[in-house]
Design a protein around this ligand. Sequence first.
Ligand code: NAD
Ligand code: TYD
Length: 380
Amino acid sequence: MESKRNIVITGGAGFIGSHVVRLFVNKYPEYNIINLDKLTYAGNLANLKDIEDKPNYKFVKMDICDFEAFYQLMQDEHIDGIIHLAAESHVDRSIKDPFTFARTNVMGTLSLLQAAKLYWESLPEKYEGKRFYHISTDEVYGALEMTHPEGVPSPFTTVASSSEHHAAYGTDFFLETTKYNPHSPYSASKASSDHFVRAFHDTYGMPTIVTNCSNNYGPYQFPEKLIPLFINNIRHRKPLPVYGKGENVRDWLYVVDHARAIDTIFHNGKVAETYNIGGFNEWKNIDIIKVVIKTVDRLLGRAEGEDLNLITYVTDRLGHDARYAIDSRKLQAELGWEPSLQFEEGIEKTVKWYLENEEWMDQITSGEYEKYYDDMYKNR
Ligand code: NAD
Ligand code: TYD
């Protein structure tokens, strides 16, 4: 690939997108990086304050469903790479309002694909040197059984080597070959968009890549998701709504490590391939919640564990997937990526960041969102 590139990153004002934009803008001064985002409730330009004045960065407010506008942008900016993160991303919202998820995640992705196809096919070199990289989730694979040994506390899998991990905990993981079996409207919409991306490769020869990542945590995550929501509630001594018995298992990756994987795969991944991204770090919700409580307490100078009494068991999420666990050995073996942080370090950094950035949190949680959250909570 040439060294000069014109890249659109969609959803760059969101949680993961902002980390990807920051990494690309800082690491590749020779690239033009265009952050395309509609700025929904989840998009926040304050996530990118530190890089907004860089000469290789530009923000464009646009809806990914706006085919004409995106087609024009492709032509005006000679776009040769698309890293697509824009999406509706919260499972609870998808349960209430599945249409918005189909519109953005399915129709929006299709609109980007079709505009990219028309533009790239109009060029003399066509698809050469081009890339459409679609960011997806492990949730498309459905849910795994709880196969970890009874009574073993979280984390199940912080061992460094994945072969040790497999020896200790069995082989029941999501692989790139695992059949899609989405359960929530969110994961169904993401699965559908993944299929469209692959169809554009198989039908038109578009150079596409899809990656499926596990749950991310870290700075700038919208506080409707478990970890930032709970950090903020603990700070204000508000109840912590644990769905069901808190026994569901998620596999957590520090967001910067996801962004690093995206960089590696965008540049070195093989066209038409799928890569799973994860750090072998499974936690039962209730165990991770206890770690978060104790960390917040310690950092705020409260007695460690003082806020455990905020834990409030509430009605379970409809169709709540039992366990997600990603096998990322293909990415590790073929492209040499591995997580840079152990979980203990990542969660400490994350809690510190939210406590030190109260303004960021308060700006989001005041006003409209607060009302939305209180209504959600009342209805559980
Ligand atoms: P997010 O909700 O924090 O951000 C989504 C961004 O997309 C926001 O900036 C929003 O304004 C923008 N957006 C939404 N609809 C749009 C539209 N119609 N047009 C243009 N922009 C629009 O999401 P996130 O957690 O950063 O997730 C980013 C991507 O990564 C998503 O595709 C998600 O499915 C995937 N993913 C997320 C996780 C996770 O743990 N958060 C894990 C794996 C994969
Ligand atoms: P979430 O952060 O919404 O991510 P996802 O649903 O995509 O995995 O939720 C993570 C886990 O935490 C999930 O099992 C649901 C649970 N959860 C709660 O118990 N309480 C909450 O208030 C939230 C938001 C999530």
